[in-house]
Design a binder for this molecule. Structure first.
Ligand code: ATP
Ligand code: MG
Length: 324
C-alpha cells in the first residue's frame, strides 16, 4: 500500500512549510486523506443493496422497520449535504430486534461494524445511574458528542433504554440534532443518532393484535396504521416514566422517524432459532427449532400469539435443548 510514502511526503512538506502558515491546511488534508482511505476503522463505501440484503436475510418479522431503515439510511448516506443528522427512534416490546437493527446499520456503515470506535453507546442505567449527578452527566455527554463529531463527523450515537433516561439529559443533545446544526464551529449534519426504547411497545402490540383479530395480514400494517406513529410519540411524550417526557426533541420534530417494531410470532422465533443454529455451527434441525420456539412464553394469555421476550434468550434455550 502507498499510504506511508504519501503521508511521509505530506508530513515533510508540512514541516518545511511550517513558517508559511500552510501547516494547518496540510495537516487537515493529510488527516482527511488518512481517514478517508487508510484508516482501518473508517467508513465502508455505502451500498444500499448490501444493506437491503442484510435486512432481508437477518431481520425477521419487521417489514416496517426494514422498509423505513433501508430508505432513511440510504437517503442519508448518499446525501452529500444533509441538512440535519439522521435521528431514528426505535420502539417495541422486549427482544424484537432494536439493538439487532442498530448493529445491522453499524456493519453497513463502518468497516469494523458494531466494534467501530466511532459508535458510542449509552445505556442510561449504566452510564448515568445517579439522578443527582445530572448536571455533571449533561456536561460530559455534551463534550463527548462534540469532541467525537469534530474528529469524525460520521459518528454514531446509540442511546439505549431511553425510557429510563433522565429527560434533562435528552434535552442536552437537542442542539446537536437540529437543522443545520453547528455548535462551536462543528457541524453535526453527518452524525447518526439512534434511540432505543420499550416506550410505545404496548400500543404497537395492540395494533398488531387488532390486525390479527380482524383477520388481516401482519404485512398490511403500515407506519401509520391506526395512527401508530402518532400514538408512539404521544405515548412517550406524556409518559411520566419516559426519558422523552415533554422532550423538546419531540416538540421540535427532530426525530426523523419513530419506528415501530412489531411483536414477534411463533414463526419468527423459529427463524431466530434456525439463525442461532447457523451461528453455533450446528446442523439445521427443524424439529428442534419448533420445539425451542414453542417453549417460549406467548401473550395475550388467551390467544398466545406474540412472544413475550421476542427472540431474547433463544440461544440459551437452544443450548439447553442440545445438552439433553
Ligand atoms: N426481528 C428479529 N429478527 C432477527 N433476530 C432478532 C429479531 N429480534 C430479536 N432478534 C435476536 O434476538 C436478540 C435480542 O434482540 P435485541 O437485543 O435486538 O432486542 P431489543 O428489541 O433490543 O429488546 P429490549 O427492549 O429488551 O432491549 C438479537 O441479538 C437477535 O439475535
Ligand atoms: Mg435492547
Amino acid at each position: 500500500m502507498k499510504a506511508r510514502p504519501v503521508l511521509i511526503v505530506l508530513f515533510l512538506v508540512s514541516n518545511i512549510t511550517l513558517s508559511s502558515g500552510f501547516v494547518g491546511v496540510l495537516a487537515a488534508a493529510a488527516s482527511y486523506v488518512f481517514n478517508r482511505f487508510f484508516e482501518r476503522d473508517g467508513l465502508l463505501p455505502f451500498d444500499s443493496k448490501r444493506l437491503e440484503a442484510d435486512l432481508n436475510g437477518s431481520l425477521f418479522g419487521q417489514h416496517i422497520v426494514s422498509d423505513v431503515v433501508l430508505k432513511s439510511v440510504t437517503s442519508f448516506m448518499t446525501d452529500k449535504n444533509p441538512n440535519k443528522p439522521l435521528v431514528l427512534s426505535f420502539h417495541g416490546t422486549a427482544g424484537v430486534g432494536k439493538n439487532h437493527v442498530a448493529k445491522i446499520i453499524a456493519r453497513n456503515v463502518y468497516k469494523k461494524g458494531e466494534n467501530s470506535k466511532h459508535i458510542h453507546t449509552f445505556i442510561s442505567e449504566h452510564h448515568f445511574p445517579h439522578k443527582e449527578k445530572s448536571d455533571l452527566y449533561s456536561a460530559q455527554l455534551k463534550q463527548w458528542i462534540h469532541g467525537n463529531v469534530s474528529s469524525f463527523p460520521r459518528s454514531m450515537f446509540i442511546f439505549d433504554e431511553m425510557d429510563k433516561m433522565n429527560p434533562q439529559l435528552i434535552d442536552i443533545i437537542k442542539p446537536f440534532l437540529d437543522y443545520n446544526a453547528r455548535v462551536d464551529g462543528v457541524s453535526f449534519r453527518n452524525a447518526i443518532f439512534i434511540f432505543l426504547s420499550n416506550g410505545g411497545g404496548n400500543e404497537i402490540a395492540k395494533v398488531a393484535l387488532d390486525f390479527w383479530k380482524e383477520g388481516k395480514d401482519r404485512e398490511e400494517i403500515r407506519m401509520n396504521s391506526k395512527g401508530l406513529e402518532t400514538k408512539i410519540f404521544q405515548n412517550i411524550f406524556n409518559d411520566k416514566n419516559s426519558g422523552f417526557l415533554h422532550s423538546s426533541i419531540i416538540d421540535h420534530h427532530l426525530v426523523d422517524h419513530y419506528i415501530p417494531f412489531l411483536p414477534l410470532e411463533l414463526k419468527h422465533v423459529r427463524q431466530c432459532v434456525l439463525a442461532e443454529m447457523v451461528h453455533l455451527k450446528m446442523n439445521r434441525d427443524d424439529d428442534l427449532a419448533d420445539k425451542v420456539a414453542k417453549e417460549m412464553p406467548f401473550f395475550p394469555a388467551e390467544e398466545k400469539i406474540f412472544s413475550v421476550k421476542g427472540c431474547k434468550s433463544v440461544r440459551q434455550k437452544l443450548v439447553l435443548q442440545t445438552d439433553e
